[in-house]
Design a protein. Structure first.
Length: 78
């Protein structure tokens, strides 16, 4: 039971990584097809994605630490 929060956090990082990889692939396909050019919209979406990832890293890490400080863990708890 002790590794479940860490595994959940790592799986969340994997989901973020996979979604970012898929979105970069879609962007490359659109650029190669000449449907759209890069510009402020792509930059804005990149900033939003980077911000979401940073927020997940910070608050997800705090969540993992909080889970280990709960009383149901053998060596943790207050």
């Amino acid at each position: 039971m002790g590794l479940i929060p860490v595994i959940m956090y790592v799986v969340g990082l994997g989901v973020f990584g996979f979604a970012g990889w898929v979105m970069n692939g879609i962007k490359a396909i659109l650029l190669d097809a000449g449907i759209h050019e890069t510009g402020t919209t792509f930059d804005f979406m990149l900033y939003i994605w980077a911000g979401c990832t940073i927020i997940y890293l910070i608050f997800g890490g705090l969540w993992v630490i909080k889970k280990y400080n709960e009383e149901n863990y053998q060596y943790g708890g207050l």
